[in-house]
Design a protein around this ligand. Structure first.
Ligand code: PMV
Length: 326
């Protein structure tokens, strides 16, 4: 095989990754837990090693920076001299502020290794995807995944593993709300670096991560929705608190995000009606973790609460990357 196409999807973190112990290898300070999403949002990438005079990379119709990780894949496959043509497309709503690096690097690594004739384990694929973008190592795994931070300096023990397949909890969804005028301010790489260097609260966050990860694993395995919803809200708030404690402060959430938080807290009524939980990444858009049958009521409540909902996408758990033949 000289050419391969892969479709991969983003993941939403329930326990989040914020801070690296190695910048170059994207090794995290702590572990994280996520759900890989279905193909409502997806990246489709074709890698072709079929005799081109030079390397090229086109993302959504535009020339992009050729990804470093291809060099390692070529070396391992013994095809170091073959040039690659890479074409990648996202089906994401344009300028929606929904991350595409995780799905992009997962699709890239799976397509490139297949095209190069490498048959790698899930662990090796996860390590390679991590070198492109940290959170991408979780998108290589279908369903629910834990990224183990690892201890080794070369990062060989820092990869994601499956907690449960997508079919384990079909009703669970990420209701991704695209807010009006949402724009990401600071790239996560720079933000993380600043937090690790300056936040006094960061040590307390890291100290609590192991317990949070095991509670999250338990909630997933036992399909304990009320516990999971409460955990994702507290965890997201904790991450955004250390962002605010960073100097100079980082703030990805805006007034519209905070309005959504208030609406959700009214809806869950101090935990008496555990119908959902919010979580925010490095951007202002809320991801509401809930069950599929509740999404309509939640969108209605957000709108009635004055939240400017531009788009609402319902993403269930997905099965991970797949090679598309033909
Ligand atoms: O791997 P990156 O650079 O896309 O960082 C992702 C960081 C968060 O989305 C904020 C958290 C996470 O675990 O996905």
């Amino acid at each position: 095989m000289i050419m391969a196409t892969c479709v991969a999807t983003p993941n939403i973190a329930f326990v989040k990754y914020w801070g690296k112990r190695d910048e170059r290898l994207h090794l995290p300070v702590a572990g994280s837990v996520s759900m890989t999403l279905d193909e409502t949002l997806a990246s489709r990438t074709t890698v072709d090693f079929g005799g081109f005079p030079e390397d090229s990379f086109v993302l959504d119709g535009r020339k992009g920076e050729f990804p470093d990780v291809i060099g390692e894949i070529r070396e391992r496959a013994g095809i170091a001299r073959l040039k690659a043509r890479i074409v990648s497309r996202n089906n994401f709503p344009p300028a929606a502020g929904l991350a595409s690096s995780a799905s992009g690097f997962a699709a890239l690594v799976v397509a490139a290794t297949d095209a190069a004739g490498l048959r790698l384990s899930g662990r090796d694929l996860s390590v390679l995807a991590r070198k492109g973008s940290g959170s991408a190592c979780r998108s290589v795994v279908g369903g629910f995944a834990e990224w183990r931070a690892g201890k080794r300096r070369d990062g060989s023990d820092s990869y994601a593993e499956q907690i449960a397949p997508a079919r384990h909890w079909r009703g669970l969804v990420d209701l991704a709300i695209v807010l009006d005028g949402a724009r990401k301010k600071m790239p996560s790489r720079a933000g993380m670096r600043q937090t690790v260097a300056t936040s006094d609260l960061y040590g307390a966050r890291v100290a609590g991560m192991a317990a949070k990860i095991s509670e999250c694993r338990r909630a997933i395995i036992e399909r304990d929705a009320p516990a999971l919803f409460a955990l994702v809200m507290r965890e997201s708030n904790n991450m955004h608190a250390v962002m605010l404690d960073t100097w100079p402060p980082i703030s990805y959430m805006n007034d519209e995000s905070r309005k959504a938080v208030c609406v959700i807290h009214e809806l869950v009524n101090n935990g008496r009606e555990p119908v959902c939980g919010y979580t925010f990444d490095a951007g202002p858009n809320p991801h509401i973790i809930t069950t599929r049958r509740r999404t309509g009521g939640i969108i209605k409540a957000l709108k009635e609460g004055g939240v400017k909902v531009r788009r609402a996408l319902v993403c269930g758990a997905g099965d991970g990357p797949r090679i598309v033949r033909g």
